[in-house]
Design a protein around this ligand. Sequence first.
Ligand SMILES: *[C@@H]1O[C@H](CO)[C@@H](O)[C@H](O)[C@H]1NC(C)=O
Ligand SMILES: *[C@@H]1O[C@H](CO)[C@@H](O)[C@H](O)[C@H]1NC(C)=O
Length: 318
Amino acid sequence: MGSFLQCTFLLAMLLFSVGLTSANSATEFYWKAKLPFTPMPKSVIDSLATEDNDDVWLSTHNKAHNWTHSYEVMLKGYEGGGHCHTDSMINTDFITSTFFLEKDLSMGSKLSVHFRDNVGSVNTRFPSPRLAQALPPFKSSSLSNNLRFFNAEPESDAAMFMNLTLNTCEHPNPINGKKQYCATSLEKLVSYVTSTLGGSHDVRTISASPSGSPHRDALLPYKVVGVREVATEKNMVACHRLGFPYAVYYCHQPKATTAYTVSLVDVMNGVKSDAYAVCHSQTSEWSPEYVGFKILGAKPGTHVCHFLQFHDVVWYRG
Ligand SMILES: *[C@@H]1O[C@H](CO)[C@@H](O)[C@H](O)[C@H]1NC(C)=O
Ligand SMILES: *[C@@H]1O[C@H](CO)[C@@H](O)[C@H](O)[C@H]1NC(C)=O
């Protein structure tokens, strides 16, 4: 994966906070019709419009919202300033601690990880289908219309992210797998996932929130007490949220990638929980600037693993 794109993922992850949510009945009905046996992952619940009223969506997503300001606030947490410097992320333990080497995916390994469910203050959701018709096109050629619509100033970090997201969606990077797609609505997301996986039966998901115990928001030592393969590239689609004033998922079928359930024991209190991780075993074409290599002091070709973060969702048939 190119450093450019990886950088998008990492910073995009910071843009979403979790609000109180309950899907409205139309979306629940849609989901149940398409994926009757699959519980809706939390990441997707967090992306749904909470109400049927488009005016309320608009007032939280643009009118009253200064995107230039939101991004400035969010990026202040980084030493490198407001730009996409992997070096500044290297100082952020909830990002760095999620990366590890494949050899550490074994019984008895010790890993210090800072699990975090959400970061940031910008809560973005899918527009309703009706409202989606009224928004500027999701295209890089309509960047300036989007900037105007969402009150983002042209030279701002917000504008840089929006441009990056539009370009990422328009220019698939072959290193990320042969199929890539950006979904800007629940319907598009579900239809891409079910068509790529070849059906809606037995579709399961894993995402960042580990099950079993409430994670504390700190860098904590864990011991690996179990590793189970859950999916491989053949039956897997990975989706990551990208930075934009509304919810956008970038989905792809990563090459030579395996997803695992990793059972961890919190060394300090003995509490056991499950987390999810993916390992990439064909990385020789990746940029040496890939943030995972920098964090691990590794070179292209190294098998790199990472726990799923925030709003990542891996869908698989199993
Ligand atoms: C939005 O926020 C930026 C940065 O904080 C500020 O410079 C700008 O004046 C604000 N725009 C409006 C319309 O309030
Ligand atoms: C948007 O990104 C593209 C590709 O990186 C770049 O060529 C272009 O200049 C950018 N446009 C703006 C307005 O920043």
